[in-house]
Design a binder for this molecule. Sequence first.
Ligand code: NJP
Length: 251
Amino acid sequence: MMIDMTGKTALITGASRGIGESAARVFAEAGANVVLVARSSDDIERIASEIGDQAIACTCDISSYESVQSAVTKTVETFGCLDVLINNAGGLEPISHLATSDPEGWGKIIDINLKGVYYGMRAVMPIMQAAGGGSILTISSGAAHGPVEAWSHYCASKAGVNMLTRCVDKEERANGIRAIGLSPGTVATQMQRDIKESGINPVSQLEWSDHIPPEWVAQCLLWMCGPEADDWIGDEISLRDEDIRRKVGLI
Ligand code: NJP
């Protein structure tokens, strides 16, 4: 069943390519106003203009709270509301064993993948509280739950993000805020190209055809805005789960 997002506004981080770009297109098709966030401007501006008047591009580095706050302010000024936050932006480089990792590079991933998600939540929650609710959907990973060689920064950040979803739910479910995580499985995006190039762990040995298309993740995110996903509020959905794929209409 198609979820109708007419009159709703979604802010999507990491929307210049991959999962975020697909989410922007799928949410716009469902009627939502969409705000595309990334550090680089060219791609989000192109994608927003392809989508049309219901889309704006907002250059923003989610590892800066000030930058996230101004993206949220611009969203509300432009569309008058902010109903859905999709915490999607993330990174994985530099891939390296913990013993030889670069402390600065390691910390930068925490700044983006963990603190960036917190900044998004922190900036939108007062708006959602005042509006009587909203959805905060955060891309997690299987790496939140099991260690992966040479990804210690990524695993730690995604484990933290999973706990942030649970904390938001504990504090805000009563205020109508639906916090849900999504572990997508492996997805055919630039991130998987970088992983392949590293050659380090079993994920880098996967074939391109093993990955699901980013559109599947986007369709799942849209489904997560509807009542059928309410059973997962405060929890994490796995898109590897065939039952979820069936519910979303992917198989
Ligand atoms: O990645 P990619 P995906 N501030 O590299 C942006 C998770 N995930 O779509 O800033 C703002 O194609 C960047 O734009 P730019 C994964 O951990 C994936 O695969 O201009 N934006 C680009 O738009 C991540 O959380 C797989 O460089 C920032 C986007 O983020 C999410 O899915 C498996 C930013 C990254 O696009 C999307 O990943 C899994 C910043 N500081 C979880 N830093 C998978 N692909 O297999 C980056 O379990 N961006």
